[in-house]
Design a binder for this molecule. Structure first.
Ligand code: G6P
Length: 382
């Protein structure tokens, strides 16, 4: 049964480890190789497609939307932030990301003819997200949901949507739901962009990247756990911790910090790496672990100079970077290598070592990982 721990010590660890399967299930029937008569003209790559079964009217609405407003809470909000970057970059549609609790109480200008509101919720029951959905519907907007729990209130009340199919998530700290949410947003962005706003080659390359995600996560999980345990042992008594990333990996920095504080009770902040100069840099000393997501993407050189700034202040740097990148070793206490991947889908991989790091630190500190104090899996009250 999926709701048993299956030999793992905690649900959270089980859910981290089952991400390859969860993502496989999330893509099942959606990212596939087109079957048909053999045709030498088409390579395997050309036959991979995203076949997200969105109703035609919904797809048309997305393609003609002037703006998409994403509302969510917690980890789902972080996935939504990645979604904002993806939809703007791949689909060229302006996107706003809103905390559901703010959206519902401030005077957001909603234009039903131009705006689509998208709500993201693992449980489908979060009170603020549900209220945001109702508010948007009342204003006459089309509301689309991305949920994990089939038949949940949010799933039932939206005009249409996409399920994660990631399986039940029991651990209070969300893990597989985040990676599946980002995957669904990537599939959606590709579906909207296909033949319109991205070149065919880029589309095919990205679909192929999606299909490889499960095996790449398996690799990260099997190759890095020992090193992550070692890092956890060294930093388990830290009082504060900083997570920094830029571009697509800024939301991952936020998510890494959230995981850390949720389950280990270490004060952690996530920041866009360059914003560090405007505050967090004052906190850095030789006791402060600073986790950088430093993939070799379009903004890598900038992130590298941010790492140097931290080093100059004696901060202890832990970096997540691409396999084969050896130049960070001399600048960092620890470097975790993960498979190279396209920038826009990299959050699905870069978050995985951060999940494991917070998990192991929390276990070593004797925290109740699955039921952290004061938190609930689903917040159904305001
Ligand atoms: C709670 C949970 C988080 C979750 C958030 C939003 O705070 O502890 O893990 O991200 O609610 O939940 P939802 O079910 O709407 O995604």
């Amino acid at each position: 049964m999926q709701i048993e721990k299956g030999g793992f010590k905690h649900f959270m660890l089980k859910e981290i480890m089952e991400q390859p399967v969860a993502l496989e299930n999330c893509m099942r029937g959606r990212v596939k190789q087109l079957v048909g008569p053999p045709d030498n003209q088409f390579t395997l790559l050309q036959r991979l497609q995203v076949l997200l079964s969105l109703e035609r009217e919904i797809l048309t609405s997305f393609q003609s939307a002037k703006r998409i407003i994403i509302c969510a809470c917690g980890t789902s909000w972080h996935a939504g932030l990645v979604g904002e970057y993806m939809l703007e970059s791949l689909c060229k549609i302006p996107v706003e990301i809103e905390y559901a609790s703010e959206f519902r109480y401030r005077s957001v200008v909603l234009r039903p003819d131009e705006d689509i509101v998208m709500v993201i919720s693992q449980s489908g029951e979060t009170a603020d997200t549900l209220a945001a959905l109702r508010h948007a519907k009342q204003a006459g907007c089309l509301v689309i949901g991305i949920c994990n729990t089939v038949g949940s209130t949010i799933a039932r009340e939206t005009d249409g949507g996409i399920y994660l199919h990631a399986g039940p998530e029991i651990g209070v700290a969300s893990t597989k739901a985040f990676t599946a949410q980002v995957l669904v947003l990537a599939m959606l962005a590709l579906r909207i962009a296909q033949g319109r706003t991205i070149p065919d080659d880029e589309y095919k390359m990205l679909v192929k990247e999606l299909s490889k995600l499960p095996s790449r996560i398996t690799k990260i999980l099997s190759e890095n756990e020992a090193k992550i345990c070692e890092i956890a042992k060294v930093y388990r008594y830290a009082h504060h911790c900083l997570f920094l990333g830029r571009g697509y990996n800024y939301p991952v920095a936020l998510e890494g910090a959230l995981k850390m504080k949720e389950i280990s009770y270490i004060h952690a902040e996530g920041y866009p790496a360059a914003e560090m100069k405007h505050g967090p840099i004052a906190l850095i000393d030789n006791l402060m672990p600073v986790v950088f997501i430093a993939m070799q993407d379009s903004i890598y050189d900038k992130v590298k100079s941010n790492i140097m700034e931290v080093r100059a202040r004696k901060g202890c740097v832990i970096a997540i970077t691409d396999e084969g990148n050896t130049e960070l070793e001399s600048l960092c206490e620890y470097v975790i290598h993960i498979p190279k991947v396209s920038e826009c889908v990299s959050p699905i991989l870069t978050v995985v070592p951060l999940q494991l790091l917070s998990y192991h630190i929390a276990v070593m500190r004797g925290c109740d990982v699955d039921m952290p104090r004061n938190l609930a899996k689903s917040v159904t009250t305001e």
